[in-house]
Design a protein around this ligand. Structure first.
Ligand code: ADP
Ligand code: GN1
Ligand code: MG
Length: 358
């Protein structure tokens, strides 16, 4: 094991000596490692991305508060993420080089999927995210630190996109004119949810804000919802952000960075499955929220495509890139999904209406 990891792990009480520490998972933001101790106990070690999460105290304070609150509502250890404190009693460790590290207990006997293997898996992920939002409905939202302001303010994401486009620091804009035009043609519509929120027509709730399928764990045996992970972006937000981001990732028929775009569609079957699961777990959604579910799916997908395009134009600084052009490929799948949703718009609304009537 690399000396750097030994030094970091020595600061956490793992109950036994760690014997391995290997890169793990497919997240785009933090560096994640699987740690195994001599006795076979497993942990997740993460180097927190403190370029993106600038206030580590605020970030970790949110996670501690939310996990403590959730733990009061269940006795099942695997249903809530558990942080392992440092020997000094802190929720994370700062190293002399400025890097910040945290450790979670590994959620055992679980699966974390990149794609649903069956519609039932996707249904259960909807239940997990729906219940998460439901369990936090009385959480004092004003005590949460707003870790990334305007995270899902799609109008603001366009402002940043325009700024980067104007500077075009890598000279890449000329190669992606169709993508730029696709984004700009939808700029006005992109503000729909922000405007409804500002007009008081949609309620602000405590939401997860990053509801990818690989941010939820299912029980390996029963394949039922177990626990929601990746709590970095828990903040006040719209239920439509959580619904929409799940559809964007999990109802797609191909990978987020698939290059063969003919493989990419938004599956109406999976859209219906997720809608049913989410509505069953969140019975308190308002009429306007229900009516806007298709718009949530479309705008979260559009926004993510614009973010990938912005990062591509900017030189790939934000999202982890494992190969050249990956952000552009990701942008293209998102825009393909948006176009597909536009074609399936009436059907998406019909599915929501039917699911809402039970
Ligand atoms: P990122 O913010 O980079 O997406 P995540 O917190 O989502 O990082 O972690 C990346 C991956 O690590 C997850 O998709 C999951 O596979 C795995 N993971 C994270 N936390 C745990 C945990 N407590 N137990 C088991 N697996 C975990
Ligand atoms: C990032 O952390 P991860 O990989 O679950 C990103 C999300 C994007 C997603 C796109 C903090 O999620 O907002 O939707 O990539 N997280 C952050 O796959 O920016
Ligand atoms: Mg993640």
């Amino acid at each position: 094991m690399d000396g750097c990891f030994i030094q970091v792990l020595n600061n956490f009480d793992l109950g036994a000596t760690p014997i391995s520490c290997d890169r793990y998972g497919c997240g785009h933001i933090n560096e994640t490692y699987l740690v195994v101790t001599q006795e076979g106990k497993r942990y997740i070690l993460q180097k927190i991305n403190n370029t993106i999460f600038k206030n580590t105290d605020g970030l970790m304070g949110n996670i501690e508060a939310v996990t403590t609150y959730l733990r009061q509502q269940t006795d099942d250890e695997r249903r809530v993420m558990r942080l392992v404190k440092t020997r000094a009693g802190k929720s994370y460790l700062t190293q002399p080089d400025g890097s910040c590290w945290r450790v979670y207990v590994f959620v055992e006997d679980s699966v974390c999927l990149q794609k649903p293997e069956t519609p039932a898996d996707f249904y259960e992920s909807a239940v997990a995210f729906g219940q998460f939002q439901q369990m936090l409905q009385d959480f004092p939202a004003d005590t949460l630190y707003e870790i990334i302001p305007n995270f899902h303010n799609t109008r603001d994401r366009y402002r940043i996109f325009r700024e980067v486009l104007q500077k075009d620091p890598m000279g890449r804009a000329k190669d992606v004119q169709p993508e730029i035009e696709f984004a700009l043609a939808r700029e006005k519509e992109a503000a729909t949810l922000v405007e409804l929120l500002e007009a008081g027509k949609l309620p602000l709730r405590v939401t997860h804000n990053d509801t990818k399928l690989n941010n939820v764990m299912l029980d390996a045996e029963t394949r039922t919802a177990l626990c929601v992970i990746d709590l970095d972006t828990v903040m006040p937000g719209l239920s439509l952000y959580d619904f929409g981001d799940s559809i964007r990732f999990g109802a797609a028929t191909g990978d987020e960075d698939e290059r063969q775009l003919d493989k990419i569609e938004m599956s109406l079957e999976l859209f219906e499955t997720y809608t049913k699961g989410f509505l069953s777990a969140c019975p308190g959604l308002t009429e306007m929220e229900i009516q806007m579910l298709p718009m949530g799916a479309k705008l979260m997908t559009l926004e993510c495509g614009v973010r990938f395009l912005t990062d591509y134009l900017d030189g790939d600084h934000y999202f982890a890139n494992r190969r050249e052009g990956q952000n552009l490929d990701r942008c293209r799948t998102q825009f393909k999904l948006v176009a597909d949703m536009e074609n399936k718009w009436e059907q998406m609304h019909a599915i929501v209406q039917k699911a809402a009537q039970g």
